[in-house]
Design a protein around this ligand. Structure first.
Ligand code: CAA
Length: 258
């Protein structure tokens, strides 16, 4: 399918989805969110794809939900359409690993989109923020919940209440991003991480993602049980035999997702 607000490229086993509304700093309007949901669904279902990257431009990953599109909406419009929820659900339910490669602004819904990904690689020029308070609203795509889990209550409150931005250095220190690299290297770094992930068994990658995500949803005891059950279940796979044999035979494993 041809997209207007995003660009989708598949390189080897990696789907790279680039948000592409340069005139609006990649603001997330309905069209972009629908296209992104569709492209992620397609990448998730494509047997060739083993890892997905979402990225933006050098200046903006995304500067938030589209304020022009939202400004005239009423409560009833927002409530009846459950604005953002269908897209959020699809994006956060992708089973394959998803990396956010963030340069420049990741604000409001942009920060929230990055946080829906499995981890964030940031350029030194990245700026994260939840400035919705300046617009007379609050975050609506998960920011009050996910940012708090990433960086803790003190910084989350600070950002949501003052609307201040967090630079890449602070974001890494606070646990929001996993790596910081020079802005020009963001996509390359994400691509290398995605290629490394693509070499693993996809069965194990999906299990690892599910188990880590579970830690946010349940008690530690239940989470540990969930992890153990997944760990045990991987012993039913050919990839476990291959991975362990390859180690013992001092060769690289050839995983087949079986
Ligand atoms: N929605 C719509 N358009 C946006 C936008 C947004 N979120 N962010 C930027 N743009 C547009 C601007 O209107 C401008 O368009 P025009 O040239 O047609 O006027 C263009 O992008 C470039 O922006 P600026 O001229 O403002 O660029 P700048 O470099 O001076 O400033 C910025 C950059 C600090 C990111 C500033 O654009 C800004 O503050 N943007 C809004 C950030 C924001 O409030 N995000 C939260 C949105 S609400 C939300 O996301 C809700 C939610 O939780 C889901």
């Amino acid at each position: 399918m041809a997209y207007e607000s995003i660009i989708v490229e598949i390189e080897d086993h990696v789907a790279i989805i680039t948000l592409n509304r340069p005139d609006a700093l990649n603001a997330l309007n309905s069209q972009l969110l629908q296209e992104l949901s569709k492209a992620l669904g397609e990448a998730d279902a494509n047997d060739k794809v083993r890892c997905i990257i979402i990225t933006g431009s050098a200046k903006a990953f995304a500067a938030g939900a589209d304020i022009k599109e939202m400004s005239d909406k009423s409560f009833v419009d927002m409530y009846m359409s459950d604005y953002f929820e269908p897209a959020m659900r699809t994006i956060s339910n992708v089973r394959k690993p998803v990396i956010a490669a963030v340069a420049g602004y990741a604000l409001g819904g942009g920060c929230e989109l990055a946080m829906m990904c499995d981890f964030i690689i940031a350029g030194e020029n990245a700026k994260f923020g939840q400035p919705e308070i300046n617009l007379g609203v609050i975050a609506g795509m998960g920011g009050t919940q996910r940012l708090t889990r990433y960086v803790g209550k003190a910084k989350a409150m600070d950002m949501h209440l003052t609307g201040r931005f967090m630079d890449a250095e602070e974001a890494e220190r606070s646990g929001l991003v996993s790596r910081v690299v020079p802005p020009k290297k963001v996509l390359e770094e994400a691509r290398q991480a995605a290629e490394k992930i693509s070499e693993k068994s996809l069965l194990a990658s999906i299990a690892a993602k599910q188990a880590v995500n579970r830690s946010y949803e349940t008690t530690q005891e239940e989470g540990l049980l969930f992890e153990r059950r997944l760990f045990h279940s991987l012993f039913a796979t050919e990839d476990q035999k291959e991975g362990m044999s390859a180690f013992l035979e001092k060769r690289s494993p050839q995983f087949r997702d079986r």
